[in-house]
Design a binder for this molecule. Structure first.
Ligand code: ACO
Length: 505
């Protein structure tokens, strides 16, 4: 639309004074085939009365012969300039839900413009279009209410329930945090023992899943195998749609799923390298058992605790892409396995969970601290993303990265020193070449360093992340299922205007 309001308005406008009756206003509208009358006091616009006002008055049984328009009009209405672009006028009318506006030039009323006038040059668009535009990537858009946790990007803080996630990682075992998420409370010693026993017995793979795993294990990456085997698990255990089951049944499925995922992962890893899976042990904690099943050896205590802390830190993190995916799938009433399979798919992307192995690949490629500046500079100038840096929500240090840097330091070793030097250089290069973007180290950078130092193979980094995140996803699935409404947003169609004739062949 490049037409000015001047060319679309009705002129001269139909006017009356404030003491005219509703019946007189209705007669004017009728005789001029107009939907509104401008109320004036000499040359000054004091109000506008529209068909809608007449309807309101009729609905209130107002006497049209006795009631003056000033009681029903919109006083001191907004006005348009005749040279205003019709598109801007359209936006203003739809935004404010006006149907008619006076047009005023140099303080003098020159016309009136209506939605109907503007429609003559407008494309047909949804009536509720105004106000529905959302930022790309839904950045900052609130799509649900949750009691699971949240992220405060500008403060560098995130929490599970009412507790700082970092404090939980510093002070509690993973099972306690798992229980906090599932049941809403941190356990006391007795509750913790009972929960640990409850989940440890669920670690064994169902026979029909264990027997099919060897034929699946080399199909794609370990994360692909996890995605497929979670789907298989749900089918073999005949998990019913969340729509059809109660919270107790869903909680039991969720406990079993979270307990079995490390077993699936470790078995997959061993089958891929030609080794027999190591059965889970019930006497070990979640993290110790995971490392045991991967290598067949009991891991040193500092490695167990480092991995446990990494796992706690990554259980949940606001409405990230995979969590949202899990909730969208749950909102259809689909079963738990469907929701988690979809979430694993979302996590696999390099912009989400696929980054830690790539961050380590980058360290390999840089090779020596002296090459870092040139390598990183060239990558950013080439338009590449530096893996392990930047975050949609954090505009300051990612608290998970700060914590994991400390964990990595405690573990020690040459890779840790090198990673810290590359980190410093990367932050400087990003600040210089991407000023104002607030790009800091995210969880993935030191995650790779910690997992590598503790002996987790590189292709198992993202699957290990998926293991702890399954606890978070499952918590969200339960929350969504408990108070569900189908998540079904809309998109703006921007293709060629329909309907067009379907061409003959
Ligand atoms: N390296 C270089 N430039 C970057 C990086 C990065 N790691 N991250 C963002 N930028 C730049 C973008 O090029 C863009 O620059 P421009 O304004 O000149 O176009 C600007 O910063 C904003 O980037 P967006 O893509 O709009 O930021 P968004 O919030 O969508 O992306 C994301 C966040 C995907 C994490 C991004 O920072 C990234 O790609 N990082 C690297 C991958 C990574 O580490 N992923 C793991 C994230 S943590 C997790 O999911 C568990």
């Amino acid at each position: 639309m490049a037409t000015a309001v001047r060319h679309l308005m009705s002129t001269p406008p139909v006017t009356c004074d404030a003491d005219a009756s509703l019946a007189e206003a209705a007669d004017l509208m009728n005789s001029h085939d107009m939907g509104s009358v401008i109320v004036t006091d000499g040359p000054k616009v004091t109000g506008i009365v529209t068909e809608r006002d007449l309807l309101r008055a009729a609905a209130c049984h107002a006497d049209p012969l006795a009631e003056p328009v000033h009681l029903w009009m919109t006083a001191n209405p907004d006005a348009l300039d005749p040279d205003e672009d019709a598109a801007a006028a359209w936006a203003s009318l739809t935004h404010h839900h006006y149907r008619h506006l006076p047009v005023v030039e140099d303080g003098i009323l020159v016309g009136v413009v209506s939605i109907r006038d503007l429609l003559s040059v407008a494309q047909i668009r949804p009536a509720d279009e105004a106000g529905t535009d959302l930022p790309r990537g839904l950045e900052g858009v609130v799509v649900a209410e949750t009691t699971v946790g949240d992220v405060r990007g500008h403060q560098g803080f995130y929490h599970y329930r009412q507790y700082s996630a970092v404090e939980l990682a510093a002070s509690r075992p993973l099972e306690d945090v798992w229980q906090l998420l599932f049941d809403g409370e941190l356990p006391d010693q007795r509750g913790a023992n009972a929960f640990a026993t409850e989940v440890a017995v669920l670690r064994t793979l169902p026979d029909r899943v264990a027997s099919q795993l060897p034929s699946l294990a080399s199909a794609g990456s370990p994360l692909d195998v996890l995605r497929t085997s979670v789907s298989l698990l749900g089918a073999e255990l005949e998990w019913r749609p969340t729509h059809d089951i109660g919270q107790a049944e869903l909680r039991h499925q969720a406990l079993q799923l979270c307990s079995v995922v490390p077993t699936l992962l470790a078995a997959t890893h061993r089958l891929r390298i030609g080794l027999e899976p190591v059965p889970p042990r019930q006497d070990l904690s979640y993290a110790a058992n995971y490392l045991w099943m991967l290598s067949g050896e009991e891991a040193p205590t500092d490695h167990v605790r480092a991995i446990e802390q990494y796992l706690i830190l990554t259980i949940d993190h606001g409405f990230n892409a995979s969590t949202f995916a899990a909730r969208v799938i749950t909102s259809t009433g689909a079963d738990l396995a469907a929701a988690i399979t979809g979430a694993i798919g979302a996590l696999s992307g390099p912009l989400h969970g696929g980054a830690p192995s790539r961050a380590l690949d980058m360290l390999d490629d840089i090779a020596t601290p002296g090459r870092a500046d040139a390598w990183l500079r060239a990558a950013v100038q080439n338009g590449d993303r530096i893996m392990g840096f930047g975050h949609r929500v954090y505009k300051t240090d990612d608290p998970r990265s700060l914590f994991l840097r400390g964990v990595a330091r405690q573990l020690g070793g040459p890779l840790v020193d090198f990673a810290e030097r590359v980190e410093r250089t990367a932050v400087g290069v990003l600040a210089e070449l991407k000023p104002g973007r607030q790009l800091h180290t995210n969880v993935e950078f030191f995650a790779g360093v910690v997992m590598h130092t503790c002996g987790i193979p590189r292709d198992m980094f993202t699957p290990t992340f998926a293991s702890s995140r399954t606890i978070g996803w499952a918590t969200h699935v339960m929350e969504q299922a408990a108070d569900n409404r189908l998540i079904r947003p809309a998109a703006r169609y921007v293709g060629r205007p329909p309907p067009q004739l379907v061409p003959a062949r």
